[in-house]
Structures are given as C-alpha cells and as structure tokens.
Design a protein around this ligand. Structure first.
Ligand code: SF4
Ligand code: SF4
Length: 387
C-alpha cells in the first residue's frame, strides 16, 4: 500500500533563515522537488482572516509566508498572493499584518479576487459547482498556507478549511445560511476541496504547508482564541491527511474534526489513518499540553438534532453575546452576519444588538470582532446536554 507522507518538523520561532531551511526539508520529506517551481505561476493562499497582529495567532505568520515566497522565487517560480478576507479588502489586511512589507520586499504579486469563475465537480455531495476567485485558474501550482487553530463551528481549522478563502469576500458568510450546521458545513468544505482537486481542466499541483508554530486553542478562529505553542511546521500534498496529523499533534479528538473523518470517507486521498506516514520529528519531540477546544463545538458535536429549529438553538446552543466593556461599536459583526441578526445599539447598553431568533450560530461575528468582545453564552437548557 502506498502511504501518504505528512512531514512534521520542529520549529520554535519565525526566523526567516530557519523557516526556509525547515520548509525546504519539509518539501523533501514529502517527496516534492522544488525545481517544479521553475517557470510556474505559484498561488500562495495564507490565512488572512482579519487584520490581526501576528502574536494573536489568527493569521499565517508573515515570515512563514515570506520564507515560502522566497523559496518559490529562488527556484524560478512566480509567487502570487491570493486571499480574500471576509469583510476587509486584502490591501487593508496586508497593511495591518506585516504582509505589505513582505510582498514589497519579495516582489510578490497580490491577486485581484473580485472576479470569479465556476469550478465544477460532479463528485460533490451538496455542491457540484462553486464560484472561486478566478486568479486560482491562472496558477500552475497552489500552495495552501493554513494556520492551525481550534474553531467554534468546525472544531479545527487547518488545510481543508483554509481553502474557504478561495470564495471571495462576503459570499463566504452567505454559505453559512445555505449550510448552517457544523456537520453540513464540513461537508460543503469537502465539496470545495473536491472542486479544487478535480474541477480544473488541468489539475493543479497542490501543496499544503501549515504554520503550526504558534497555533490557537479555545474560542478560535478569531481574536477570542488563545495563542498556544505547537512549535511545528507540517506539510503534505493531501489536506485531509495533514489535518488528521495536526489535530492528533494538538491532542484534540479527531472524531470531532468532521472535515477529517468525512474527508477519509470521501476518499479524495487517504481513506484512513493507516494510509498516512508521519515523517520528520517524532510526536514525542512535541511537549505542549493538549489544546483546549472551543466550548461550542463540544456540544454541537454531541448532538445531531436540527439546529435550524429556532427553539432548539435558543435552548441548547451557545449564543454569541457581545460585552459592553470591550465593544467599540465598530459594527464589523453586523457587516458579516449572514442572517441579518445584528443591528446597531438603540442607546443603552452601548453594544451591538443581537436577535437570537434570527441567529444561526455560525459564529462569524466572533471570528471578525477585532476586540474579542463576543463570548459564548449558554443556551437555557444547555446544562441538560452537559449532564
Ligand atoms: S461586538 Fe465586536 S465587532 Fe461587534 S460592534 Fe462590538 S467591537 Fe465591533
Ligand atoms: S449573530 Fe453571529 S453567530 Fe449569529 S448568525 Fe450572525 S454572525 Fe452568525
């Protein structure tokens, strides 16, 4: 049986030369020859969710991105940054995250992501076609650069979830209305991954290089999460295999990472953990404590009832609750809310107003709130489920 290689290498800081060395070793570990970059247009897809500083661990670190761009260039490739943050323009996000300096010094092109083209894949379960940024069509190679984080809706976010950013801007949050449950949302992300693997006329070479040096635990994936050291750079040509290894390395419960378990079932690549070969540093070399998952996902993975029912949601599922002490009334939460559940304050309290009968519990508001002002409040009967 051929095994899918996943490289895991120890890396404790974001020092450019060390990162380059580690990333080149990662490519060698997974059997990828960087000479393949020669003459190729190489799409680099980091996680640039919101304009957050690197120490918050919300985004792929800019030095990680720089090291990859530098490797691509040094082997004669043309690196192109392709990312579409949810509510801010990519130019605004790169200015606030250290990326602007990197793209200038490394001469990296920043793609326009407003134009879309349709990718079709008959093997999709819920979506057999999806519109993604057309810039991906022009690339010969796609390098996915996820940050490993816990996630309020999908339990973890890694390689599979990071490609959600291929769908431009607010079209992303609309997907939460179409597929509001974590379960269906994970299936949709796998449909998107299937489209990216099989939907181009000529399949792209697809690499996944994960920034797991300073990762995130708790109420991720936005500013409400807590940075935690994992000290790891991970690599694979299979996103599901990579997410499996990262989730295991974090000490999280793989059974709750539906993108992994359902990903195995789809069979786009590996079909089980037995088909994965861990190469590089052994698991024992990583000494961090197990990551703390987001609270909400514990419950949403315990139950399989229809959370589309308003009553069920209000009784049993965590609700996003903005706190007056931290809220600056920037209304970024209102802008992203796909359900139109958030409105401006009527005066007192001085905090955005939430309509929980409309709220579908996608937690996009928590993801984008720059002040980490939104916490999860318990549904009134949630204690019953905990028992
Ligand atoms: S809750 Fe957060 S995103 Fe919403 S208005 Fe307040 S500070 Fe802004
Ligand atoms: S209020 Fe927040 S959690 Fe509820 S639907 Fe809007 S963005 Fe999603």
């Amino acid at each position: 049986m051929t095994q899918q290689l996943v490289s895991v290498l120890k890396c404790e800081d974001y020092l450019f030369e060390d990162l380059k060395k580690t990333l080149l070793q990662s490519l060698e570990n997974i059997g990828f020859d960087p000479e393949s970059f020669r003459g190729a247009r190489v799409a680099l897809k980091p996680n640039l969710l919101v304009p957050a500083p690197p120490e918050k661990a919300v985004i792929t670190h800019h030095e990680f991105f720089r090291a990859v761009a530098d490797i691509v260039k040094s082997y004669g490739g043309v690196p192109v940054l392709i990312e579409s943050p949810s509510i801010h323009s990519v130019n605004r996000v790169i200015k606030k995250t250290g990326y602007a300096r990197v793209v200038e010094s490394e001469g990296v092109e920043v793609a326009h992501v407003e134009d879309t083209r349709t990718l079709k894949f008959e093997g999709g379960r819920q979506f057999k076609q999806l519109d993604i940024a057309s810039a991906f069509f022009d690339a010969d190679i796609i390098i996915n650069l996820p940050k490993f984080k816990t996630h309020g809706l999908t339990y973890v976010t890694g390689a599979v979830k990071n490609m959600f950013g291929a769908i431009p801007g607010l079209a992303k949050s609309k997907m939460h209305v179409k597929v509001p449950e974590g379960d269906a949302f994970s299936e949709f992300l796998l449909d998107l991954y299937g489209c990216l693997l099989h939907g181009f006329d000529k399949p792209k070479t697809f690499l996944h290089l994960m920034d797991g040096i300073i990762a995130m635990e708790g109420e991720g994936p936005g500013a409400s999460g807590t940075p935690i050291r994992m000290n790891a750079v991970l690599a694979s040509t299979d996103a599901v295999a990579l997410d499996y290894v990262a989730t295991t390395l974090a000490g999280l419960d793989v059974e709750k990472a539906l993108m992994v378990t359902r990903g195995f079932a789809r069979g786009y690549g590996v079909k089980s953990p037995g088909e994965i070969k861990w190469v590089g540093d052994p698991k024992e070399a990583f000494t961090h404590k197990p990551f703390r998952p987001s609270q909400g996902t514990i419950l949403s993975n315990m139950v399989r009832w229809p959370i589309t029912s308003k009553r069920f949601r209000n009784l049993f599922i965590d609700r996003p609750v903005p706190g007056e002490a931290k809220c600056t009334l920037c209304y970024q939460c209102m802008k992203i809310c796909p359900a139109g559940a958030i409105s401006k304050t009527g005066g007192k309290p001085k905090v955005s107003t939430y309509d929980y009968n409309k709220c579908i519990r996608c937690y996009c508001c928590m993801e984008v709130c720059p002040e980490a002002a939104i916490e999860k409040g318990r549904g009134r009967l949630q204690w019953v489920l905990r028992l």
